[in-house]
Write a protein that binds this ligand. Sequence first.
Ligand code: GTP
Length: 246
Amino acid sequence: MYYIFFTGTAGSGKTTLVKEFQQYLLDLEMDTAVINMDPAVERVPYTPDFDVRDYVDAIEVMERYGLGPNSSLVVSIDLLLTKATDIKREIGDIEANYVLVDTPGQVELFAYRDTGRLFSSLLVGESKSVNVFLLDSYLAREARSYVSLLLLSSSVRFKLGMPQINVLSKVDLLNQRELHQLLEWGEGEGLVDSLGVIDDYSYELVKTLIESLERPPIPLSANKRDGFDELYAEVQRIVASGEDFA
Ligand code: GTP
């Protein structure tokens, strides 16, 4: 069994990608399961095999503790960890080649807090896993936003310690010129020039970031199911390479 997490900023397309990628894997006759890890989501377009909302309701947490939406989500994940034994038992019943995990839009859970990592390792157990990080290409069209998203991706990669695949989501929203430019930046070309005038600190930071990228982000459209073969090939490469949850 292999776990594929989908993380990214709010609205980057995680839920849509989970739904469409599950269908893609089913078409390849792979057994799949889906986990919804977002206690605050109202509706999901797939049928989850495990749903954290069965254990904690972020809206109820918000009302009970007088919290705002973001902190109620953080507390909800904390509460989930107190139910680890029951969750572990329920997850243990899942049988599938691939388990797709849809995560909350508050990516700070994975970039800055221990709970994202703790809950992920609770789900994964001894299985292998990979994190697909979605860079919203509509935001990434702007060079500074692209760099900021890459930095966020690096934070998540570092904090989670899981093999990671960066993807550019929603590329169907871009025109040819924008897509071409993003692909060039992904290869490390032209990004510094596109940033215009930047200070020395930013220059060194961007240079280091470009050098640290293992592979260019994979352009994807969940709506058009574009890029799924490339994503699946990359997942399989990581499975075969034996990279693991650190
Ligand atoms: P949160 O859980 O709120 O963080 O959102 P999310 O990351 O799960 O994003 P979601 O899948 O809900 O998509 C957000 C919006 O982007 C929705 O309006 C989707 O229809 C749209 N969207 C998702 N994927 C694509 C895509 O490939 N192309 C286009 N054009 N729109 C997309």
